[in-house]
Design a protein around this ligand. Sequence first.
Ligand code: SF4
Length: 336
Amino acid sequence: MSMSVLSDREVYEDPLDVMDEIDALKQEHDATILAHYYVDGDIQDIADFNGDSLKLARDATQASSSTIVFCGVHFMAESAKILNPEKRVLLPDLLAGCSLAESCTADKLAEFQARLHDEGRDFYTVAYINTSAAVKSLCDWIVTSGNAREIIDRVPEDREILFVPDQHLGRYLSQVTGREMILWPGACMVHEIFSLQDLLRAKRRTAGSVVLAHPECPQNILEVADVVGGTELMRRHVMSVEQPTSFLVATEPLMIHPLRKAAPRHEYISVPGIMASSGETCACNRCPHMARNTLTKVRDCLKFGSPEITWQPYFDQAQAVLQRSLLQPTSTKRDA
Ligand code: SF4
């Protein structure tokens, strides 16, 4: 069980007691708990579903309960609400945002799209799921790191692609699909800070090690990776390797929790980050937004029914985009 650091205003509560309370409140309020692979291991352990954005968005539609508690960040809870309008969707901390999503606001995107249209460009806007619902409502397709390739293949060859907001994922997808893309200059603060030098050093020190890297990492990290893929692909990959292996993991360090549970025979080593301010190596590459999810906040949101994600006018348009991108069979073409 992980240790948590308390602020001056917090009172220590035994995590096992809080877990029991959550269990009782779940029954009382007919709730299902979904937890992203980047939240604290204790929360992952009490959740009904664990996964990446794509898996959780799909799991949310399978939940039979009237309430969903989404342990992740704001855009994910929005997606869960959009795909389940009749359900109450709670997010343990409303301030759990995403620096990547915030790099591309709806206003800025609309302005850029208008400029491209004025230049006579004929394009589709493809957005990574790490975007607000307002941004999704301006897009043609939504992708996750798990389904990006298959969605890009749906865009007719005679159209340009504007890919938002992650430039590194966009560049990687452009390479693997052979499609040129106009890239929005956003990046994830967690995946941007991996130290290439320390990764190479760790690789040299650990004989036979295999580097797993998330496609949100910059190109210099992806170039030395043995396996590039989203968190679900990482999980499937380590399960498929029988021989005990040392994996160097270049993504949010809490991803090691589900990897270890899925394939405990392996060793998992988190790739260190580097502090932009001083250039020093650090092990602090945790996502501060995901870290806002705590057991006590999960308990409290169930107890008080708040914070809740409520329906916004632009959710209708975002719903159409999300449904055709995430829930329809891959063979469906929009207008190819
Ligand atoms: S890990 Fe990066 S992309 Fe994911 S929620 Fe945190 S800031 Fe956003």
